[in-house]
Design a protein around this ligand. Sequence first.
Ligand code: NDP
Ligand code: ZN
Length: 362
Amino acid sequence: MDEKWMKLAIEMAKSTLGQTSPNPAVGAVVVKDGRAVGMGAHLKSGEGHAEVNALKQAGDEAEGATIYVTLEPCSHYGKTPPCADLIIEKGLKRVVIASVDSNPLVSGNGIRKLEDAGIEVTTAVLKEEALQLNEFFFHHMKSKKPFVTLKAAMTLDGKIATESGDSKWITSTEAREDVHFDRHLHDAILVGSNTVKADDPALTTRLPNGGISPVRIILDTQLSIDSSAKVLTDGAAPTWVICGKGASQERESQFTQADHVRVLRMEKESIEIPELLSVLGDEKILSVYVEGGSKVHGAFLDQKLFDRLILYMAPKIIGNASAKSVFNGTGVEVMNEAPGLIFEEVKLLGRDLKLLARLEER
Ligand code: NDP
Ligand code: ZN
């Protein structure tokens, strides 16, 4: 029975993925005498936690009940008072937890507080599912850097554009809708300056029913993209242009005339990926969806600074060597230097294949 109720709590949390960052997605179900008497999820950073919402619905029924929570209840004063205190105050008898919060302010303290108050606590129910659910959150908590996904749409021969630079469209609408959902799930989307120059992309989330647009990050050492580029003028989502130490101040003032644009200057003349990831981690970007092009993907690949690779493969062939491939980095000289990847998922989307692979170790 514990798993049944926890599954429901996880489903609720799952439905809020992409909208709670930098907080984790959390779901809670209050159960009394085999009936659900309250359900809730955390909907947005700064707003009520899942436990608060579920307990509000349970009202007086909370007394003597069991609460199923996907993440250890918080024990510290953040933007809201501690949930562990609320659970004690409402007289719950038992708390079932899927994953322990790795936030050092919470880790184990929530559980201890509940146990000290005489509440029975069970942990690790559907733990793997709960860890998977908040993978970006746990990764950032541990490494202080964002979780990095490299994504590309390619042909069967591994090309991302024709020799003339045409890339609209390689994949079908089904695959492109999947990409838009992934944009909604991530905190930031990242491309190189050449992609902006070649395609002038909007880089927003455009799903049939809306969705959240991530921060748009452009790697542009000299602030060389056209000041009329959509990402600089449309105000549709925040845009952060990353540049080298020596980039023109005048260009910076031009770009930042628009309220949604920030320019982030690196410490060196060039943009180094490790420094970039540290800066983004400090800015509370928990996940980055890297959309290319070849040089940017090549840079992340060469340094093995990514966690996951998503390739959409269309049943099309461009057929010459001069068209751009997914990766244009230094590459490896011998096969056994190639980064070890493990396929995790293969799916047919419309007429395209979606391939998901993970780096064996990082
Ligand atoms: P990129 O879009 O990868 O941009 C590369 C540029 O980014 C560099 O030349 C550099 O320019 C800047 N940059 C800054 N810092 C770094 C860094 N650390 N590592 C790498 N680049 C950095 O260029 P490509 O020409 O390789 O690819 C563009 C093409 O890819 C376009 O034709 C586009 O249509 C296609 N494309 C296809 C996609 C697909 O999924 N099919 C997706 C995205 C693009 P600077 O010196 O100015 O900073
Ligand atoms: Zn809480």
